[in-house]
Design a protein around this ligand. Structure first.
Ligand code: ZN
Length: 457
């Protein structure tokens, strides 16, 4: 069942979504965490793990894991019209009570839920660096180490994106007291990155990137100083809110994405998270630079951000992936479903994203989000020799998948399954989810319950 060192484990799937399309049956060999052989049309060998429907795991390109612990706590409007900004105030109050142990327990719970839903790697946009009073921990990367430990315990692949945060608003405004746990200068951040590198060493295939938080929190000079510090992915929150666009225009005369394209070396390393409010020229600019747009449909809907012009972007060749961001609800299929449905509601039409009208929406969404997610997370994806053995088995006995083949299986999963369609998950060749349950679910849930009692009780 488990692969270690050079031993090869074999899987046999009735149907599998390979890089080149559906095939079945398929026999796969896995060793050292990677796919080492693919044999379409072969019968199962003795001792093979027999599977129903096999698809590559999906990357979750944007998460703030600790926010899972405050999910559902901000659904009361308030007197002055609730918005992203009042949500952020509650988030800061939650942070005030969150120590390293609780932080790690909540992250473990979030990662277990991600794996159970079919996400096999997470891009952790990690900004909670310092102790509750704002003092740096003796080990600068204490909290990043907790993220690494949560990834290791849950087994999820980790692309760690340490966040540089220095200012409260455009033009280098000083940070507010509520932001004391987040802030660094460039030298302090370089020290943090060294600690992050050490924290990631025990993980088999972690990736280190960097995340300038947003154009509100980082000046142009700081952005230029940050980029050479890491050679991995670069992620930034951008143009999520109209107030942010207005603020950027007032500060610079440019819209946020416009400013970024004119002033930063945006390329395929970059992931523009949200990019909700973009005009046609900005859409063209992102496509030309081969950057990924990181869409977080559930969180964007929850926060009332707006709707990204997805159809125009993808028809122009734009690359995208999905993220669970605030983790108010963790569900890979739901992210893709809501991505498509948001566009359908806006465009008043069906099947609006897949460019070829004969194409399945589910297949197109899953494959494209897989490719964009992998690019943004700095890894490879797909069922092919040499790719990571990050595997998701769908339950062919699930009511939404019965009597279906090929693309209709993905349409059934993404659009028709209430949940429970993911039966098994392997990450780096290791089985983590069986019969829909993470193997450590109960122990993780017990630690999570204790943490929430402490933070919210
Ligand atoms: Zn975010």
């Amino acid at each position: 069942m488990t692969t270690a060192g050079g031993a090869t484990t074999h899987f046999w799937a009735r149907q599998a979504l390979l890089d080149v399309g559906w095939a079945g049956p398929v026999r796969l060999g896995v060793a050292g965490g990677r796919i080492v052989s693919l044999e379409p049309g072969q019968p199962a060998g003795p001792g093979d793990e027999r599977l129903g429907i096999l698809v590559p795991g999906l990357g979750n390109l944007h998460s703030h894991a600790f926010q899972r612990g405050m999910a559902g706590l901000t659904e009361i409007g308030g007197s002055d019209g609730d918005s992203f900004w009042s949500w952020r105030e509650l988030m800061y109050r939650f942070l005030d009570r969150l120590g390293p142990d609780s932080f790690q327990a909540i992250a473990e719970q979030a990662y277990v839920e991600m794996l159970e839903s079919g996400f096999t790697r997470v891009g952790e946009f990690h900004y909670l660096h310092h102790d509750t009073d704002g003092t740096p921990f003796a080990a600068r990367a204490e909290m990043a180490g907790r993220i690494a430990a949560a990834a290791q315990r849950s087994g999820i692949g980790l692309t760690l994106l340490p966040v540089f945060y220095a200012h409260a608003d455009f033009g280098g405004a000083p940070p507010s007291p509520a932001q004391r746990r987040l802030v660094h200068d460039i030298d302090g951040f370089a020290t943090l990155l060294e600690g992050c590198r050490q924290a990631l060493q025990p993980l088999e295939d972690a990736v280190l990137g960097v995340a300038p938080h947003s154009l509100r929190a980082v000046t142009g000079e700081e952005l230029a100083a940050l980029l050479p510090l890491v050679d991995g992915p670069v992620h930034i929150h951008i143009a999520e809110q109209t107030r942010e666009v207005d603020g950027c225009l007032a500060w610079s005369g440019r819209r946020p994405v416009q400013w970024l394209l004119e002033n930063a070396p945006v390329d395929a390393r970059w992931c523009l998270v949200h990019a909700t409010h973009v005009d046609a020229a900005e859409v063209r600019g992102i496509v030309d630079r081969c950057a990924v747009v990181g869409l977080c449909p559930i969180t964007e809907a929850n926060l009332g951000d707006g709707v990204f012009p997805m159809q125009a972007f993808t028809r122009a060749g734009g690359r995208f992936g999905v993220g669970s961001d605030s983790n108010v609800l963790v569900d890979a299929a739901e992210e893709l479903r809501l991505l498509e449905y948001g566009q359908r509601l806006q465009l008043r039409a069906r099947n609006v994203l897949a460019p070829d009208p004969s194409q399945s929406s589910g297949r197109w969404l899953y494959e494209q989000a897989g490719l964009g997610g992998a690019q943004a997370l700095g890894v490879e994806t797909g069922l092919r020799v040499g790719a990571p053995a990050d595997l998701v088995e769908l339950d062919d006995a699930h009511p939404a998948l019965l009597s279906r083949d090929g693309d209709a299986l993905l349409d059934g999963w993404l659009f028709a399954a209430r949940g429970g369609a993911v039966r098994s998950v392997w990450r780096h060749g290791r089985k983590l989810v069986s019969d829909g349950r993470h193997l450590q679910r109960d122990a993780v849930a017990a630690r999570y319950a204790a943490a929430l009692h402490k933070v919210l009780g």
